[in-house]
Design a protein. Structure first.
Length: 291
């Protein structure tokens, strides 16, 4: 298999048409830059990838745009390594540079969160629409990391709680609000799920989705709701859940346990980055912290 065939196969294997289009566009932009620098795809080094990211930064691209572009480059090179066309991934250790004046959006204010929370299912295939909607709701209602959401199983939920392996190989456990339990039950009935991954890749492929797919699900939901690029991310929803729960009076110790932080100082850091709203948190959050 040649380079072009390997890249085409990797992109064709992506789940959605939207993802395939964005991967093709980002890879084409990177390829054009390589040609302008007289660098062959297989000859690029880590410093070349770093210069490309710096080129995007100097061109005024937002952090989220640069992050996705770098992710595409990293994933394509990973496929080339896997296919034996490259010995090492030159983008593996490259980080996304940050502008000093780049505004960080740590969490969503109530009125913005309500827009996302009440978002109706997307048009198109009902199965994917329902799956993706529940994925966003879990990020909002539980606040776990995208990789932890991706690998949840039907068996992860029992007695109003969710449990599973989290970052660092630890065992995490959190309360699941009643409204979210109902949403999970409805999805399982619709998709015919009785065990295994809660979020399969397709009706035919019951393998669990990846954290990268969760990211793109959230990105597409944010775009559909009219948010600016990069404004809605899985991590922003994690911060949102923590902030609103804290405003409802949940003790810091409980928040730390719920989102599986190793130390209380980490949880406190999330809350320090948050700006208190001028209105009360949404009613659905009140129900979430009753227990």
């Amino acid at each position: 298999m040649g380079v072009e065939e390997s890249i085409a196969a990797m992109i064709a294997d992506l789940e959605s048409a939207a993802s395939r289009r964005t991967y093709q566009a980002d890879w084409a932009r990177y390829s054009d830059w390589l040609r302008s620098e007289s660098i062959a795809v297989l000859e690029a080094k880590a410093q070349d990838v770093k210069r490309y990211v710096k080129h995007l930064l100097d061109s005024g691209k937002k952090k989220s745009t640069r992050a996705h572009a770098l992710s595409v480059v990293r994933e394509v090179y990973r496929a080339l390594v896997s296919d034996g066309l490259l010995a090492a991934n030159p983008a593996r250790e490259v980080k996304n540079a940050k502008l000093d004046n780049e505004k960080r959006v740590p969490w969503l204010m109530e009125e913005k969160l309500n827009v996302l929370f009440s978002l109706p299912p997307a048009d198109g295939d009902e199965w994917y629409a329902q799956r993706n909607r529940l994925c966003v709701l879990l990020l909002i209602g539980i606040g776990w990391r995208r990789s932890e959401i991706a690998c949840m199983t039907v068996e992860s939920f029992s007695g109003g709680t969710v449990s599973g392996i989290v970052k660092g190989g630890k065992w995490g456990r959190a309360l699941v609000p009643t409204w979210l339990q109902d949403e999970i039950a409805a999805w399982c009935r619709f998709a015919g799920l009785t065990n295994g991954p809660l979020f399969p890749r397709s009706p035919e492929n019951r393998e669990a989705i990846s954290g990268s797919i969760v990211y793109h699900i959230v990105k597409e939901a944010g775009a559909r709701a009219g948010f600016a690029p990069g404004e809605v991310t899985p991590h922003a929803l994690r911060r949102t859940m923590l902030t609103l729960a804290k405003l409802k009076g949940v003790p810091i110790e409980d928040l730390q346990q719920s989102v599986c932080h190793s130390s209380q100082s980490t949880t406190e850091g999330y809350l320090k980055a948050s700006r208190l709203p001028t209105v009360a948190p949404s009613e659905w959050m009140s129900e979430m912290v009753k227990k």
